[in-house]
Design a protein around this ligand. Sequence first.
Ligand SMILES: Nc1ncnc2c1ncn2[C@@H]1O[C@H](COP(=O)(O)OP(=O)(O)OP(=O)(O)O)[C@@H](O)[C@H]1O
Length: 523
Amino acid sequence: MVAMARKDEEEGPADRVPHLPWMRYPVDIDTFSGRPVTQLPRLDPRLVEALQRMGIESFFPVQEAAWLETIGPGAFERDICINSPTGSGKTLAYALPIVQMLCTRKVRCLRALVVLPTRDLALQVKEVFDAIAPVVGLSVGSAVGQSSIADEVSSLVQKPRQEFYPTIDKEYVQMEPRTKIDILVATPGRLMDHINMTNGFSLEHLQYLVIDETDRMLREAYQSWLPTVIQLTHSIGQDHSCHDIDGKTLLHPLTTIRRSGVERGFKSKCYPRLAKIVLSATLTQDPSKLSQLELHHPLLLNSGKKRYRIPTKLESYKLICKSNLKPLSLIVLLQELQGNKCLVFTSSVESSHRLSTLLRFFENLPFKFSEYSRLQRESTRRKTLEAFKEGKIDVLIGTDRMARGIHIDGLRYVINYDMPPYVKTYIHRAGRTARAGESGSCFTFLRKHEVKTFDKMLKKADNAGCNLHSLPEESIETLRPAFSGALRKLEGALESEAVKKYDLGDKTPGASKRKRPNQLCKQ
Ligand SMILES: Nc1ncnc2c1ncn2[C@@H]1O[C@H](COP(=O)(O)OP(=O)(O)OP(=O)(O)O)[C@@H](O)[C@H]1O
């Protein structure tokens, strides 16, 4: 009962009317057909060319909808919230309007900030900006912890050019914008490092804030990055003036002044205000969570009739099997998928590790697989993901860490080795395939007693029919003898790993809660 209550709190019933009035009347993304890139009003011709070089001939509906709500008369007068399926092109939906809006800027300083929960995602988003921003003279940076903090600092800010202002006091020179970039893509941790420690890093000129994967970003406080950013961009009443050597008041020519607005709707808010775009495939409707964003007259762009939607070309299948036969069923399924790229999701890092270690003890499997886990080093994970993208590995075994936002070209299959706990989890896992209008399949292993819960869960999403998939019994039987041997080797391997870690004083996350070595193999 407690577990069910928590689920409802997390997701709510499928068709519940949102508490917030503005969420009840969304712009329906499905009414946009996605026009050719050459036919989007006001799109800079240089951007049209850049998009064509990227192989983009026409826009996806969410991109057209976001453009029409942000560019032109009344541009960015309201904050934009986007709830649109995985792989529907949300990144370009915000990147393009921001780049278009900034392409007439005269002075380089940090004007747009995009925040994402993980480094992999942030780098993926930066690639999109890198493909369009430089053609209109904008510079894009990242703060994700990929390089040392010193390297990152020197890529983001420049040293003050005091020699150009020999007669003016230091304070004036300190106000010169020093950021080398117009757009920053960041993870919250590194963003906070720069806010707190990097001399010359300033958000005072920030005009656009994008929070991608908003529901996840709001679930975790990440060192209070959000209130900090909002606070730093509220500079009402700050004294922007400084004085020259004669004591005359001098206003720095490059200062963005936010005033207390008096127009309707802006009372007691800063103007020009910080325009926000928040988005997800599973945008929260929880008023208390959304209130943290301090949205200004928000406008919701929504896809589908229900709260959640599964990509049109995604086919969902369930496989019912006993838990002791799950590894064998997985092998048979992977054999069926014939070495096509596939992501396998488990419920925990331990379960991923156990499964991939077990598979290693089967000989001659017709697919190459690898574990992808937060317990691995960052460099190992990066190499594994690269190898998977390049097709050197066919199957990645991991947890929900791989589920958010990551795009892998040509990924046709997703397998839920363990049932996802929430429909949101299903949507993000399954959404690694069937992206950008391509087709894909998601298979979910279930024990008999899980079927009802799973079916009920999928009903919360639009377009979520699920067929039964069965595997040939004889193929499973053939693997049984190898299975017993592999299981024995697995226990031995896990035990010696545990002993080794114990001796070395395990420092990995969760180590203190880990079981003693002699308890491990009894599971
Ligand atoms: N107009 C377009 N035409 C063709 N391909 C596109 C277009 N827009 C985006 N894409 C491609 O679609 C893929 C998915 O886009 P994107 O990652 O932005 O989806 P998303 O909606 O953010 O998904 P998620 O919710 O999983 O993060 C990317 O590979 C991108 O290059």
